[in-house]
Write a protein that binds this ligand. Structure first.
Ligand SMILES: Cc1ncc(COP(=O)(O)O)c(C=O)c1O
Length: 376
């Protein structure tokens, strides 16, 4: 079966190999006679699945000794609130947030239910088209933590550097670029990510937390979302999202087979550079994000009119290029190029974009305008 090229922002495309393996093991996992869907989480079979997934993830990230891996339910949106509950009970009930787009704004709003939120920097005045450089940040040295979103899925901006927050733990929502490139985990107090983009399917939130932050939860934190309690009993406070952990484990193993995060990052960079070049050189498509801050995973772009955008989407769909619409809050178009998107998928999109632009005479006109400007 020919599958469409799925540019969805998440849940998103998974590698064919991973889907195939899940299908082959669906009724009988490794000769156990049961499906992963049927396994008690306390069974030796599921414990093997979780342990192998954690070991592969730790290996991929070169996880420092002081960091723990938790496989929890909830999704990143739930953890916007939960991380605040887990970290505000320590030093001071106040935290720094850096606003770079839709998701960091939502994280701040949820965090604000449990403590004082201080906006350390914001890209809002520029329509979230750039990451504020650290020179513009006003950090509180007493903050419980400093929060950022490493990749803004809706706005298409991404951190390509790490800030210095001194002794204040750096906390990052990495939902849309987790495992798309190497991460220096030692620079973070806490990293969290929904798995459904680069690392598996919906239902699992991966948490990487430094040991010294495990005892800072507010009194009212639910037991099942208390990171310290979960770390203390190997995630067995409640039923983990077992099937999602299994799928994430297949993804971690797949990433290792590709050659690890360096190789994955190189492939991802190539894909997005090619697409941005096609946009920039077209004179028809336009990416509003500042060059240095562009997301390698979520490429946002516009056409000259909304009517053309609608036509582009409909025609793309007919050609098997699906889910190219931008986030409802941002509008426009967005091609999400997660780990599973092959280079040929991006080539197919670029070919279509080129044809579409030529058909609407823009390339011709703009190309001619550029040429005469160069001659003048
Ligand atoms: C960066 C980021 N954070 C948080 C979320 C929310 O994730 P969920 O709806 O799985 O809780 C998303 C969803 O796309 C996201 O892209």
């Amino acid at each position: 079966m020919r599958r469409p090229l799925n540019f969805a922002s998440g849940p998103a495309m998974l590698p064919g190999e991973v889907l195939q393996q899940a299908r082959e093991e669906m009724l009988d996992w490794r000769g156990s006679g049961v499906s992963v869907l049927e396994m008690p989480f306390t069974s030796p079979e599921y414990q093997t699945i979780a342990a192998e997934a954690a070991a592969d993830l730790g290996q991929l990230l070169a996880l420092p000794d002081r960091h723990r891996i938790l496989f929890l339910q909830g999704g990143a949106y739930a953890h916007f609130a939960l991380l605040a509950m887990n970290l505000m009970g320590g030093r001071r009930r106040a935290a720094d947030y850096v606003l770079t787009g839709l998701w960091s704004a939502r994280a701040a709003s949820e965090g604000g239910r449990y403590g004082a939120i201080h906006i350390a920097a914001s890209g809002e005045a520029d329509g979230f088209t750039r990451i504020p450089p650290q020179a513009e940040w006003r950090l509180d040295p007493q903050a419980a933590y400093c929060h950022l979103v490493s990749n803004e899925t809706a706005n298409g901006v991404q951190f390509h550097w790490l800030p210095d927050t001194g002794l204040v733990p750096l906390v990052a929502d990495m939902t849309s670029d987790f495992l798309s490139r190497p991460i220096d985990v030692s620079r973070f107090g806490l990293i969290y990510a929904g798995a459904q983009k680069n690392a598996g399917c919906a239902g699992l939130t991966v948490i990487l937390i430094r040991d010294d932050l495990l005892d800072r939860a507010l009194e009212q934190t639910p037991a099942v979302f208390n990171y310290g309690l979960q770390a203390g009993c190997d995630g067995r406070v409640n039923t983990p999202p077992t099937f999602a952990v299994y799928v994430a484990g297949l993804m971690f193993a797949w990433i290792r087979r590709q050659g690890g995060l360096e190789v994955i990052a190189r492939n991802n960079r190539r894909k997005s550079e090619k697409l941005y070049a096609a946009i920039d050189e077209s004179g028809f498509y336009r990416c509003p994000v500042a060059g240095a801050d562009r997301s390698l995973t979520n490429v946002c772009f516009r056409l000259p009119t909304q009517a053309l955008e609608a036509e582009f989407l409909a025609e793309g769909r007919r050609r098997g290029l699906v889910h190219l619409e931008g986030h409802a809050a941002a509008g426009g178009l967005r091609a999400s190029l997660y780990n599973a998107m092959p280079a040929e998928g991006v080539d197919a999109l670029i070919d279509f974009m080129h044809e579409f632009a030529i058909r609407h005479h823009a390339l011709g006109k703009c190309g001619a305008a550029r040429e005469s400007a160069t001659r003048a």
